[in-house]
Each structure stands twice: as structure tokens, then as C-alpha cells.
Ligand binder design. Sequence first.
Ligand code: VAH
Length: 317
Amino acid sequence: KILVIGALGQLGTELTAALRKQHGSHAVIAADRHTQDTVQGPYVQLDVLNFGALADLVRREKVTQIYLLAAMLSASGEQNIHAAWELNMQGLIHVLKIAAAQRLDKVFWPSSIAVFGPGSPKHLCPQDTFIQPNTIYGISKRSGEYWCNYYFEKHGVDVRSLRYPGLISHSTPPGGGTTDYAVDIFYKALDGQTFRCFLKEDTCLPMMYMPDAVRATLELMEAPKEQVRVRTSYNLAAMSFSPCDLAAAIRERLPAFDIQYEPDYRQAIADSWPASIQDASARQDWGWKPGYDLNAMVTEMLQQLQERRQTPAPPVQ
Ligand code: VAH
């Protein structure tokens, strides 16, 4: 059975659905710390920081794979540095310990382009380069990469990881990320509201539409073990854009869309990250190839959100 921890989050929601489509609903247990409300299919309320409860669940349900998606993202992490470190690090250490002790087949754990800091190359930032994150979220993700590599080398745990760019999806509302302006903007555009963007208009960041991120995850997890050469975490790229690029693409469909730029503390986080990523290792090792560019994403995001809201928003042109 597959256990998805953090199944109610932005990535967890989508990966749970994709894994259930691939393996059948009964084969995938969704777990999160919230009480069950909206989730169909097997669900358990679980705090990944409760080692005993997690170890018992894995044993009782005969779990063979864990996807650990519970984490506090960059912006909220800077507001709660100790809680972010505790959740992001201790959660991973619990999962790795259990994966070794109960000999799980595979583990997936998400890293992020947030591992790169101001000293890393700004453009086409490579897989191996100077890495010195200056957010607690980035520090926890870089540290987690070392833990994954250690457990692979010392304990033979087949743990695999991707350095996701900012992820954009329509299934869950924005959740504390610095790139989440690129999710919230769609809701405001369809509400006909002026969007107050917390980043400067020319802040170019690596981004990816969620269907690409889900496919990359499944392709990595299905790759033959010997092809997975990188056991810290793979750079992964699809596109890069700035708030004004995204606003222009939305305005092509919704001409009345209005945006104001009001940078806040998240600007410094965004400025510390690369503007674009080079993902040659992912392409060479397991054949990564992105599918969505900015236009394809904007078209689909607006259509999906409009369908869900059934609001008579101005027609998407
Ligand atoms: C964040 N969405 O903003 C996440 C991601 C690269 C950004 O790690 O924190």
C-alpha cells in the first residue's frame, strides 16, 4: 500500500488522486493532521511528528511506499522558523527511520529550488553548484537532501526527490509559499478584483503547472533504481516567468484584469532564488520533459476555475 502524508496539501491532493488513478483507491492511504472532511477513499488523521503512531500505521496497513508531502513552505516558514524546522526535518527523519526499519520499497520526498541562495547562479542554475539557502525552509530542504542521500547510502533506502519550482494548481487554495501569488492571482482575476501582488512585477521565478509536477514525480518513482543517479534531489524545470508576464497572459483572456504591485517580506525570499533552473540530469537519467508553458497553463487554470465556480465571469477570450 502507498501512504501519502500531507495528502490535503497542494501537492498531496494531486499526488493522492494520481496515485489512486494508477493503483486503485484502496491501495492509497491519504493521511493528514486535519480531521477528515472532503477526502474520498481511505483516510487517516496523522501527525507525522508522532513517530509511534506513524510506525504502527505503516506496520498495520502493510505500507510499502511513503510519499512525504507534509511541510511548511518558505513564507510561513520564515514566520515560524522553529515549527518549520521541526515539521520539515523531524517529519522526514521519522519517515526515513521507519523506511529503513520496516524495509519499505520506496520513499518520495519533495525538495525545492529554495535550496539555492543568493550565491547560486541566477540563470540556468545547475544541479551541482554553490548552495547556501538563507530561508529556514531552504535550509530544511537542503538538510533533508543530505539525510535522503545518507539513508540511501548507509541503509539502502530507495528514497527519491525532486527540487520543485513554484507549483501552480487549481485544486487547493494558496498555502504559504512565496510563489503562491501565481495561484491567488487566478482567483482574484475571476472575481474581477484588483490583484495586490506581494512581489515586484519583474521578479522572474522558476514555475511549473501541477500536472507536469505530478507526471515528473510518477516518472521518477517508476524509473529503474539504477537510473536514479542523484540521491540528494533532482533539479526540475518547466518555465520561468514574472508577475507582469503572468498578468499580461491573464489580461489576454480577461482584458479588465487589474494588478497592483505591493512587495512585502516575501520579495527578499524571491530575490534569493534563481530565476531559472537547468535540469539536464533529470532529462538524461529518467527522460524528463515538461509539457506546459505559460500560455497553456493560463488557459487551463482559467477554464478549470471557471467551470468549478460556474460564475458568469467575463468570457475567457
Ligand atoms: C514556496 N511553493 O514558495 C514553494 C516552493 C520554490 C517555491 O518551494 O515556498
